[in-house]
Each structure stands twice: as C-alpha cells, then as structure tokens.
Design a protein around this ligand. Structure first.
Ligand code: MTE
Ligand code: MO
Length: 186
C-alpha cells in the first residue's frame, strides 16, 4: 500500500492559498542577504547569487497548513538545508535553529529535524521562480511539519543551544507541528 498522502483533518486544494501576516517585504536584490549566524564555526553572509551558486536539489512534497488545507506534489527547487550546515559548521552545542523573515515572522526548529533529506531553502516552485507572495526569493520548506514552520522570506538562520519559540508557537500552535498526529496546538 502506498503511504496515505492526506493527513487527518486536511482537505486537498489545487490552487496554492497564500497565508501570512499580510505584509510582503520589499525585495531589492542589491541589499538582500541570507545570513547564517549564531553557534557556527563559519558564519555566512550570502547574496542571492551566492545562494544560487550552491548545489541545487529538487524535492516533490505535500504542504499541509494547520488551518486544514493540503496542496499535494509541490515541485520545489532550492538548496538542501544540509548544504547550509556543511558550509556554516554548527558547533556541538547548536541544537536548534531560528529562522528570521523579512516580515518579522520567526519560527524555530530542532536541528535534527532540519537534517532530513526533504528540507530545503526553496527558490522555485513547479518550474517557476518562487513568487514574492509565496516567500520569494527564498523560503524554508519542511514538508513533515505544518506549514507555519515553512518560513517565507528567510533572511537569517541562527543556530542556538536552546529553543527560541516562534511567532505562531507563542500564540498557541504546536512547536512540534506533526500533521500526521494532528499536533496542531501546543
Ligand atoms: N515569513 C512568514 N512565513 C510564513 C508565514 C508568515 O506569516 N510569514 N505563514 C506561515 C503559514 S501559517 C503557512 S500555511 C505558510 C503559507 O505559505 P504560502 O503563503 O506560500 O501558502 O507560510 C508560513 N510561513
Ligand atoms: Mo498555516
């Protein structure tokens, strides 16, 4: 039997709804940077060109928003999170990662969860450059968690020893966010 694709309590949509705080940050390629910092041996300060020069991966994955919609088989292209780890070399004390976004949103993940093969910083979806509305130029995609962990407009990736509780997690959503167990609320 193939693995069930739609988690309990979710409905499949075909369009990709947009869900955020209502602010799309301005994008100016000349000032945009991806910064990788905190408990790392080698902090990174990357232009978009630098990011695009890293090895690319393609990941086809389903996206589950905690409000109940699921979009199946999204074709993401981007940089594997493992590549960021290889290049920045987190120290042994680094156990968590906070992602800070251009709209002020944050989320935090266990480093061990980010090391899965299907976790990436995506710059393209279904063969097209990722739109600003969906988090372009670069967003995190972590398919095994509810969508609020897939931070749009990622600008800072900070490795930490302790967990820094993210925007929706501070407001009652689960920090573990597993769609398969309907782990919606913290
Ligand atoms: N920066 C940022 N990332 C964010 C959000 C947000 O408000 N700001 N919303 C999250 C939520 S709740 C969901 S479901 C997805 C939605 O992504 P989409 O707008 O591309 O569908 O983005 C997540 N990432
Ligand atoms: Mo969401």
């Amino acid at each position: 039997m193939p693995k069930e694709k739609v988690p309990p309590g979710q409905k499949v949509v075909t369009k990709f709804p947009r869900l955020d705080l209502g602010v799309v940050p301005r994008f100016d390629e000349s000032s945009w940077r991806l910064r990788v910092e905190g408990l790392v041996e080698h902090p990174l300060d990357l232009t978009l060109k630098d990011v695009l020069a890293l090895p690319h991966v393609a990941v086809t994955a389903d996206f589950h928003c905690v409000t109940g919609w699921t979009r199946l088989d999204n074709g993401w292209e981007g940089i594997s999170f493992k590549t960021i780890v290889e290049r920045s070399r987190p120290r042994p004390e680094a156990k968590f990662v906070t992602v800070e976004c251009g709209d002020g949103y944050t989320t935090s993940l266990a480093l061990s969860d980010l090391m899965a093969d299907n976790v990436l910083l995506a710059f393209a979806l279904d063969g097209e450059k990722l739109t600003l509305q969906h988090g372009g130029p670069l967003r995190l995609i972590i398919p095994d968690k509810y969508g609020y962990k897939s931070a749009k407009w990622a600008e800072r990736i900070r490795f930490t020893a302790g967990k820094e509780v993210g925007y929706w997690e501070q407001r009652g959503y689960s920090d573990t966010a597993d769609p398969w167990t309907e782990d919606r609320y913290g």
